[in-house]
Design a protein. Structure first.
Length: 347
């Protein structure tokens, strides 16, 4: 049996590449590591250039380089494909298209369409019950976000891009904050700044062009999310890994006292925590709902009773949960994934 892991770099394996590959190899599987950008097609048969690692041999460690037989491997010769990286913007459209076409003949742990359309902050309202998510507003029009912020002057808000990762460009907006207007303008692409050139008629023309027919400057507006701040976050977020609808690993995140973000990538530390029955039930209910869209491995950011974010492509948590608790849950994840797809029948 063979698992293909599509990752970002072969010379530095990441926090899911390592435990997942080690677990599958312990179960007797070969593993092919390949960079996400190495996908291609030979007369419409989809392949990748990568490294084949036998089931036997030394386990990998975080940051290891993939060692094995380099070659060209066809996706339809693999029983499972696990996408552990997004593609660079310059080739993302082609990569996702090729992967979706390949997935019509090969089994993916997380479906391409589910990963592509649900790996966004826009998707919370689709899979998370209303009582378990914060109120939010999405737009690429600065004036609409600014109006919504000013309608509730007593509230704290969080502003962020809908498709960023690792806490990038996430801002905490206090009531009557002096920089809120600037932050919202920045997150929406400073489209209104184009109106600062020329006379009134010209400025109005440029803004109209930017928002409709793109005009000579191209379309400048960008989407942003304005989300009501959840006080429960201050008591600590938890990352919960759900595999095939079962909560399998979790840890808390202790952030820096000078940063409102609790992302590990922003300096937060994983800490051991317990999950109570309500947290387990919520995580697993969302996991089961995501399975309907072909998502079988997800990392949930939870500040109970709220779900803050869904993480579908390479969600951190499995490795950090081991650091926090000393317990490696990767064998359980591999067992669950293999059992699920055996029932479904490998394509």
């Amino acid at each position: 049996m063979r698992l293909l892991i599509l990752t970002r770099r072969l010379d530095c394996l990441g926090e899911n590449d390592v435990p997942i590959s080690n677990a599958f190899r312990r179960l007797g599987w070969e593993v092919v590591f390949s960079e996400i950008t190495a996908i291609g097609a030979d007369d419409y048969r989809y392949f990748t250039r990568g490294v084949l690692v036998p089931a036997t041999g030394e386990p990998y460690h975080l940051g290891s380089a993939a060692q094995g037989t380099r070659g060209v491997y066809f996706l339809d010769e693999c029983q499972l494909v696990w996408v552990n990286s997004g593609a660079p913007p310059s080739v993302a459209r082609d990569v996702w298209q090729l992967l979706w076409l390949a997935s019509q003949h090969t089994t993916f742990v997380n479906s391409i369409e589910g990963s592509l359309f649900l790996e966004t902050k826009h998707a919370l309202g689709h899979v998370v019950p209303k009582e378990n998510r914060a109120s939010s507003y999405a737009s690429n029009d600065f004036s609409l976000l600014w109006k919504r912020y000013r309608q509730s002057p007593e509230l704290w808000w969080v502003a962020k891009p809908p498709n960023s990762y690792c806490g990038q460009n996430v801002f905490l907006l206090p009531p009557n904050g002096p920089n809120v207007r600037t932050i919202l303008q920045c997150l929406t692409g400073n489209a209104d700044a184009q109106s600062g050139f020329g006379g009134l008629a010209e400025r109005e023309s440029i803004v109209t062009q930017n928002r409709s027919s793109y005009g000579p400057l191209g379309f400048k507006a960008e989407y942003a999310i304005l989300q009501q701040f959840i006080p429960e976050v201050e008591r600590g977020e938890k990352r919960v890994i759900v595999a095939c609808g079962q909560a399998v690993a979790w840890h808390g995140r202790k952030g820096s006292p000078d940063d409102h973000r609790s992302n590990i990538a922003q300096g937060a530390k994983p800490i051991p925590v317990d999950l109570h029955s309500g947290e387990v039930e919520l995580a697993e209910s969302i996991g089961r709902k995501l399975m309907k869209y072909g998502i079988n491995f997800v990392g949930l950011d939870m500040a109970y009773p709220y779900i803050v974010e869904l993480n579908l492509i390479n969600p951190g948590g499995l490795y950090d949960a081991k650091l926090a608790s000393g317990i490696d849950r990767s064998d359980l994840v591999a067992d669950l994934i293999i059992s699920r797809f055996k029932k479904c029948g490998y394509s």
